[in-house]
Design a protein around this ligand. Structure first.
Ligand SMILES: Nc1nc2c(ncn2[C@@H]2O[C@H](COP(=O)(O)OP(=O)(O)OP(=O)(O)O)[C@@H](O)[C@H]2O)c(=O)[nH]1
Ligand SMILES: [Mg+2]
Length: 317
């Protein structure tokens, strides 16, 4: 990673400097204000693909000349995938290797994952309204802060909207973050107000990031808390899911969010998780597309893109 320090009069100017020098894919590693100045350290990963390991000990994947089914089966078993997902991945790999016997196991898995899963990078879609949903503490607000940082680097005019009135002080952290980023922050209690704001914004925005209260999807009255927002607002609905959750609980919970219109998956706490069976099983079962992954608690550490290459690497390492 190439790392550089920046000094500016305010956060906007600092972000502009980062963008100019390191480009829109840079991540903010740390920032602080001192005597009317903002000091910021940013970095850019010069590898082409992202590795979810944060320990800088990225192992090279052994690229074999032929498809090794036993190795792949063992890897999928380690990751604790649901039987049917495992079966589909193995069948797809077998088929790809039959028609392309010369390519490596790693490449075969990559193609199979591309065929079986959807990948839709979070800032690449057409819908400029994104709603983050999930269970309490699943990482919604943190993910919004990270996406907001990325959007700022890409010069997108962003607004953060909270609908979370579930507990006192629920919005303090997000509001403080929006302040640092110099991004407008609004809090609305009801779906109609959010709808009107998006329809008739006071100024033009390229991106609306909507936070929702964490809910227990197994309790109907909790689901009813966010249902009006989900129904009223046409947007990309993103589920934040703790990657370390028990697979069956995660599947049942995700299905309820899918019924509310969620189509995208943003696994969180990938840094604390070695097995990605829950994440793959949920994406497969609910037909969610991966939009990014959260790989640490720090806002600065950003979001990792998820694609078939990074997933294949995680599975085979
Ligand atoms: N290690 C790690 N911690 C994370 C990650 N994402 C979020 N966290 C931490 O998880 C905790 C909860 O994150 P929040 O973003 O507040 O979760 P939330 O879904 O907004 O929570 P509620 O609004 O209370 O429902 C915080 O302490 C975060 O710092 C991650 O990818 N890795
Ligand atoms: Mg929150």
């Amino acid at each position: 990673m190439r790392v550089k320090n920046f000094e500016a009069r305010n956060m906007s100017e600092a972000m502009q400097k980062v963008r100019n020098e390191l480009g829109g894919d840079a991540i903010i590693l740390s920032s602080y204000s001192l005597a009317d100045k903002v000091f910021l350290t940013a970095g850019i990963d010069e590898k082409t693909d992202f590795d979810f390991n944060n320990d800088n000990q990225i192992k090279q994947v052994d690229v074999k000349a032929h498809f090794d089914e036993t190795e792949l089966r063992e890897a999928l078993e380690y990751h604790d995938l649901q039987e049917n997902v495992k079966g589909r991945i193995l069948a797809s790999c077998r088929e790809i290797s039959r028609t392309n016997p010369e390519i490596s196991s790693h490449k075969i898995l990559e193609i199979a994952l591309d065929n079986l899963f959807g990948f839709s990078p979070i800032l690449s879609g057409n819908n400029k309204v994104k709603m983050f949903m999930g269970t309490p503490g699943s990482g919604k607000s943190t993910a919004i802060a990270k996406v907001g940082t990325k959007a700022k680097l890409k010069n997108l005019r962003t607004v953060i909207i909270s609908t979370d009135h579930s507990k006192a002080g629920a919005n303090k952290q997000l509001e403080a973050f929006a302040d640092i980023l110099e991004v407008p922050f609004h809090f609305f209690k009801d779906a109609r107000s959010v709808f009107d704001f998006i329809r008739y914004p006071p100024v033009e925005f390229d991106l609306f990031l909507i936070d929702t209260p964490g809910i227990n999807p197994f309790i109907e009255r909790e689901v009813e808390k966010i249902m009006p927002f989900a129904e009223a607002i046409k947007c990309d609905k993103i589920l934040t899911l703790d990657a370390g959750r028990n697979v069956l609980d995660a599947l049942e919970s995700a299905e309820i969010f899918a019924d509310m219109g969620v189509r995208f998956l943003l696994p969180t706490r990938m840094d604390l998780t070695r097995r990605i069976g829950t994440v793959l099983s949920v994406a497969d079962y609910c037909k969610f597309s991966f939009c990014a992954a959260s790989i640490g608690s720090s806002i600065a550490s950003g979001l990792a893109p998820v694609d078939s290459k990074s997933l294949a690497k995680l599975i085979l390492e």
